[in-house]
Design a protein around this ligand. Structure first.
Ligand SMILES: C[S@@+](CC[C@H](N)C(=O)[O-])C[C@H]1O[C@@H](n2cnc3c(N)ncnc32)[C@H](O)[C@@H]1O
Length: 258
């Protein structure tokens, strides 16, 4: 790996705190293409922007002291989910009295746990795992200020062993959230989400994966694109529920009972 190019790519604030592993994987994509340094830097940054930072307004990186709602409305995923959070969490956490919630590729979704979106009479511990260091810091600031049982961790989802370690450390039952993150993983490393799901399925009680059902082209094209994921989940897991709110489809599943 070219250290000088790595440093140039990560000079931009939005990429400055990405895990090294993620930047390296992106650089590998263009490494074999005979590009000059300038092209390599430009294309790698474009790629990283698409996968990591394009969902959020730059204001999230530069503004201090705003409310949780203000930040949630500055990130595309949480903004679109905002009117439905209560219903979504009602469905995700039904039948649980307590749980550890591990949110993979959290964005700033952890801030929704500081709001009144959670069902009453349930005790949750929230762990958000996210590649963008600034989002991790922002979530931790809020958790500290609001004194809630939650933590954000700066880690790449491509660090499978470390992810498993974090999950195993949490008290059972464990619920894994993977909201709108499968696409990002697949663009960087094809079929990686299958490996990840198989591994976390063994150490969790319930997994909830979501993806957008509109906004990227026609509905038809979309369902074709998702069929591999649905087929994989049907073959390897027991589907417990599926529902849709505000252009986001949620699949709830767990490991097959022996
Ligand atoms: C579309 S956003 C969704 C955010 C959040 N799950 C939500 O729905 O509100 C995808 C997030 O996944 C993060 N992400 C993508 N690939 C990742 C990886 N390999 N490791 C950790 N985080 C990742 C991105 O930085 C981004 O914040």
């Amino acid at each position: 790996m070219n250290q000088e190019l790595y440093e140039k790519i990560t000079q931009k604030k939005e990429f400055s705190q990405l895990p090294r592993k993620d930047v390296e994987l992106a650089m590998e994509k263009f490494g074999r293409k005979n590009l000059n340094d300038w092209q390599m830097i430009k294309l790698t940054r474009q790629f990283l922007r698409k996968i990591y930072s394009s969902f959020s307004s730059r204001k999230v990186f530069s503004s201090k002291g705003k409310s949780a709602d203000w930040y949630l409305m500055k990130h595309k995923s949480s903004k679109e989910r905002f009117p439905y959070y209560k219903e979504v969490y009602e469905k995700c956490f039904q039948n649980f009295k307590k749980a550890s919630v591990i949110d993979l590729g959290a964005g700033i979704n952890g801030l929704s746990f500081t709001r009144e979106f959670l069902p009453k009479n349930i005790k949750l511990k929230y762990i958000g795992i996210e590649a963008i260091g600034q989002f991790v810091d922002l979530m931790n600031e809020f958790f500290k200020k609001e004194k809630i049982n939650a933590e954000a961790i700066h880690l790449s989802l491509f660090e499978l062993e470390k992810i498993k370690e974090v999950i195993k450390k949490q008290e059972e039952p464990r619920i894994i959230l993977m909201f709108k993150v499968i696409d990002s993983l697949e663009v960087v490393k094809r079929d990686y989400s299958k490996e990840l799901l198989k591994e976390i399925g063994k150490i969790s009680d319930k997994i909830i994966v979501s993806f957008a059902t509109r906004s990227l082209g026609s509905g038809k094209k979309f369902s074709a694109k998702r069929s591999w994921l649905i087929k994989f989940i049907e073959e390897n897991f027991e589907i417990l529920d599926n529902f849709e709110f505000g252009g986001e489809k949620y699949l709830v599943f767990s490991n097959k009972k022996k």
